[in-house]
Write a protein that binds this ligand. Structure first.
Ligand code: NOJ
Length: 512
């Protein structure tokens, strides 16, 4: 069963490099997050996911961990992180850290030991072939870097050697079965890291590449799932309140493996991108775009509703505005369109995630790659707080900033939108406040789509509530009888016309 506190939780994802710099060195820090906790809580988010904030050479923005138990000095100290947990809890908020179990940095002490010619406790902590220059199958590998006469397997970039959880099917002498004591030791080492942070007050983890642990051929990820069920057993016994969200993007697998939540990402073309950033096909037909030539929410719903039916008694699907790997939705959508997209996301079942800055419609910037970001760099720019120096992100000089702030004269800021009911920020606040008020909008209440015809507004039910969104540029009749009911929330125009719900152009309504 998922952690109970998730029932009415909305997460706020923070890329710590870019949120708030309190010491003027141009990079965000933990004290900056603490400073902004009230802002996040008042927005309606009652939990955080913080991207990796651990010691790292930052060749992949911290997803290359050098020391799992040490906060990266550029963000502060372990004590700052413990204080952040305490300050969040004092406000009724929870904190998930980012756990990277599939690989470490090539600079991690385990890897340095593992690459030694002399066998030692860490020799099998990573996956090494028994040949000095050959790899295996289609797994990426590196040779020529260590004393050891073998090549090692990568999990992502060159700087990220794969940790060894064994092979589902052993074909080569150097491949270990999942129950080999050295593979069990890798798993135990990950439990040890989890225990460390949980016992200092963190509330759980977002788990990076959660489905990547056991190597081939892990059909339907059953061996990887067994590893997670074992880890979940430890959590149930020692930290029963801890929550895990997977980067897996296959909720039926992830939730059966013991996860509380799994993200709906675009892996295997789930249709998620067609909702808010359909930029890959050449013609942008994002569902919420006013002038989309061919909008169709069914591409998303087909997969989503299957997943939902299959998993609603196990845990939650997490929809997200964006994340640090995704082009910001503002790339495709204007603020008025974003209001509708967020209205949909924040009224769906499961546990939603809001990426910092999306609440004000921060833009995706075209920037050269930074810390292995590549195209993702443009979604990782500093948070825009006000019209002051560096848009309130940092007192440092502009050329010392981790990334430049949006140079546009109309760069959106929190200060400019705060208090303006027509703003995106205040719309997000109103939506989240409605979600917290109406239990039928929260994680557990039943969901069913009622009308997904591309020519009509999308109409859906949450518990006893009816919801409808009309992303088109012309008014539309939903055909839904709402006699005797009340419209309790609207964006744009919504009215009952002879008992039927009619939505103005680009509108949304919740009917009770
Ligand atoms: C997924 C993370 O979200 C991404 O930022 C990272 O580069 C890879 N995993 C590798 O850890």
């Amino acid at each position: 069963m998922p952690a109970k506190w998730l029932k009415d939780t909305v997460f706020y994802e923070i890329y710590p490099q870019s949120f708030r710099d309190t010491n003027g060195d141009g990079i965000g820090d933990l004290n900056g997050i603490i400073e902004k906790l009230d802002y996040i809580r008042d927005l309606g988010c009652n939990a955080l996911w913080i991207n990796p904030c651990f010691d790292s050479p930052f060749k992949d923005a911290g997803y290359d961990v050098r020391d799992y138990k040490k906060v990266a000095p550029r963000y502060g100290t372990n004590s700052d992180l413990y204080r952040l947990f305490g300050e969040a809890h004092r406000r009724g908020m929870r904190v998930l850290l980012d756990l990277v179990p599939g690989h470490t940095s090539e600079e991690h002490a385990w890897f340095k030991m593992s690459g030694k010619a002399e066998p030692n406790e860490y020799s099998n902590r990573y996956i090494w072939t028994n040949h000095w220059w050959q790899g295996c199958r289609d797994m990426p590998y590196i040779g020529g870097e260590c004393e050891r006469a073998a090549t090692y397997v990568l999990n992502f970039f060159k700087c990220q050697p794969a940790l060894n959880y064994g092979f589902a099917r052993v074909e080569q002498p150097w491949q270990l079965p999942v129950d080999h004591p050295d593979c069990i030791a890798t798993r135990e080492a990950v439990k040890d890291v989890m225990r460390f942070w949980l016992s200092h007050g963190c509330d759980g983890f977002r788990v990076d590449m959660a489905n990547s642990l056991v190597k081939y051929d892990d059909e339907k990820k059953s061996a990887t799932s067994a590893v997670w069920r074992d880890i979940r057993g430890m959590l149930d016994a020692e930290f029963p309140d801890a929550a895990l969200v997977a980067e897996w993007s296959c909720p039926p697998q992830a939730l059966r493996a013991g996860y509380d939540m799994d993200f709906c990402l675009n892996n295997d073309d789930t249709g998620y991108y067609t909702l808010m950033r359909d930029y890959q096909t050449g013609e942008d037909n994002s569902y919420f775009k006013k002038d989309a030539a061919r909008r169709d929410i069914r591409r998303f719903l087909n997969i989503y509703t299957d997943w939902y039916r299959d998993t609603k008694d196990l845990g939650y699907i997490s929809l997200l505005t964006c994340n640090h790997d995704t082009v910001r939705p503002r790339f495709s959508l204007e603020p008025e369109e974003l209001k509708l997209a967020y209205a949909f996301l924040f009224t769906m079942p499961g546990v939603p995630f809001l990426y910092y800055g999306d609440e004000i419609g921060m833009r995706y910037l075209q920037l050269p790659t930074k810390e292995g970001g590549y195209f993702r760099t443009g979604s990782r720019t500093p948070m825009q707080w006000d019209s002051g120096k560096n848009l309130g992100f940092s007192d440092g000089c502009a050329d010392s900033l981790y990334l430049p702030v949006d140079p546009a004269a109309d760069a959106p800021t929190v200060a400019a939108q705060q208090g303006d009911p027509a703003s995106l920020l205040e719309t997000v606040r109103a939506l989240l406040s409605l979600r917290h008020k109406e239990s039928d909008l929260q994680a557990d209440a039943d969901f069913s789509p009622l009308c997904a015809d591309p020519e009509r507004p999308f109409v859906y039910r949450r518990g006893s509530l009816l919801l409808a969104v009309n992303p088109a540029g012309a008014p539309a009749d939903t055909g839904v009888d709402v006699s005797g009911r009340e419209i309790i929330f609207a964006i744009g125009q919504a009215q009952a016309d002879a008992g039927t719900l009619v939505l103005g152009a680009q509108s949304f309504a919740v009917v009770k």
